[in-house]
Unconditional design. Structure first.
Length: 441
């Protein structure tokens, strides 16, 4: 099928590339010429494991191309995905400026086309958009002279760092449509990814839009729940890692997304929880649970700093701290809403010298902090002379380090483990004072 994807961020690029990989003829559009230039030079504007190889192969096989020419790409396509950003507005809502601008541009591109049979031209919203956006996009297309163009909602559930796999082997595909013919076109498009009997769920656009928010709201709730339990464990000298296992074996609870840490970050959860709260506010329904999830997370981002300050008796001025892990999670260079940034801000404000290392996110952090930090190319380089080490992101390379070397390099033998990658027993054998999250102190 001829597919156009507008927006070459994480979602757009992964969607376009994976749809090309399954044999479709895909054009990706962006209004940022620098991004298109990068992609046409065979490079990626983001880091995502496995994506570069797929982009290069599909470009080589002429199934994938990149352009700034939205009009031509839209007119040539049967399916047009909108995958542009929906950042948080001042009021907490998702800002739909980019989505509507693209809808208007699609309308302008298609307005003089004669209408075809149902399903012959479908605009699909992939971006995370508030409930009601499908209707608003359809309204704009109709106002632009394209009442015949169908609008479907097809939320994306991919995780950064595992995006290709999530797209290729989805737990489910959700589509929101007003006509069954449109669902059938999308069922055909997704069939190659659903061969292991994964469900293709058809519902109204409103339910599809809500599904995306409900999924992220549930996941964020699990994280804030376990973080709150972890903080209580600290005060009661229980170990959250044992408690986590103790509850996870109950199949109604399960193990997934119950890892305590320094709070959730990234481009999705923080923004989507705010957007859910805003939807509640707009409809006169205060969402108390969502507000609590958000508040717990804000506090959680300060927990590691609290442990560091307490360890040094509240006096941090002139100390040096090494920080391992800056991206909001492993296998990405994304630092949006990353808990490491909150920690760094607190440390700098307390007069601490900060030495950082991350396998992928260093350039993004340097762009924010400039010379305020020391950037170590290698993990061990960050440790030299530091009074302690804080781990904020659980990159695999931090899991089995050379503890002897760490002890030799660190001036102060204390580790603040924001992801519980180590344990008290091993660390004390190597002579470290150890703090985890919810490990009993
Ligand atoms: C999240 C969802 O997992 C995806 O399903 C969704 O499609 C995506 O948002 C989106 O809306 O686009 P992502 O933000 O890439 O994906 O990352 P996650 O792996 O979900 O991690 C989010 C945050 O939660 C990270 O800061 C991570 O460290 C934290 N987390 C996750 C925990 O603190 N504990 C856990 O047990 C799991």
């Amino acid at each position: 099928m001829k597919v156009t994807v507008v927006g070459t961020g994480y979602v757009g690029l992964v969607t376009g590339t994976c749809l090309a990989e399954s044999g479709n003829d895909v054009t990706c559009v962006d209004n940022n010429p620098a991004k298109i230039e990068t992609l046409n030079a065979g490079k990626l504007p983001i880091y995502e494991p496995g994506l570069l190889e797929l982009v290069q192969r599909n470009r080589h096989d002429a199934r994938l191309s990149f352009t700034t020419d939205l009009r031509t790409a839209v007119r040539a396509a049967r399916l047009i995905f909108i995958a542009v950003g929906t950042p948080q507005s001042e009021a907490g809502d998702a800002d739909l400026t980019a989505v509507f601008a693209v809808a208007d541009a699609i309308g302008a591109a298609l307005k003089d086309e004669p209408p075809g049979p149902p399903g012959s031209r479908v605009v699909i919203t992939k971006s995370t958009v508030p409930v009601g956006t499908n209707k608003a996009v359809a309204g704009r297309l109709a106002a632009a002279g394209c009442p015949h163009v169908e609008v479907a909602s097809n939320p994306e559930f991919l995780k950064e760092g595992a995006a290709i796999d999530d797209f290729m082997k989805p737990d489910r595909v959700v589509v929101g449509v007003r006509r069954p013919e449109v669902a059938e076109v999308l069922r055909e498009l997704y069939a190659p990814f659903l061969r292991t009997e994964r469900p293709f769920l058809v519902m109204t656009p409103e339910s599809a839009e809500m599904t995306k928010y409900a999924a992220n709201a549930m996941l964020a709730t699990k994280i804030s729940f376990i973080n709150e339990m972890a903080n209580l464990c600290d005060r009661l000298h229980a170990d959250i890692n044992d408690v986590r296992k103790g509850i996870g074996h109950d199949q109604r609870i399960g193990f997934q997304f119950l890892f305590p840490g320094p709070g959730y970050g990234g481009s999705c959860f923080p923004k989507d929880i705010e957007a859910v709260i805003a939807m509640g506010r707009r409809t006169g329904l205060p969402l108390k649970l969502m507000q609590a999830v958000d508040a717990v997370n804000d506090d959680q981002k300060l927990v590691l700093f609290g442990k560091i300050a307490a360890h040094f008796g509240g006096d941090l001025a002139g100390k040096t701290l090494a920080v391992w892990g800056l991206a909001f999670k492993p296998r990405t260079d994304d630092i949006r809403e990353a808990p490491a940034l909150t920690l760094i801000d607190e440390l700098l404000a307390a007069g601490v010298k900060v030495r950082v290392h991350d396998p992928e996110a260093m350039e993004n952090v340097r762009a924010l902090y400039g010379e305020k930090l020391y950037y170590a190319d290698k993990p061990y380089g960050a440790l030299e002379g530091a009074d302690g080490l804080a781990i904020v992101t659980e990159w695999p390379e931090f899991r089995n380090p050379d503890f002897e070397l760490i002890r030799r390099l660190l001036a102060g033998h204390v580790v603040f483990d924001g992801r519980n990658v180590y344990d008290e027993r091993t660390m004390s054998q190597y002579g470290f004072t150890y703090y985890g999250i919810g490990r009993g102190k």
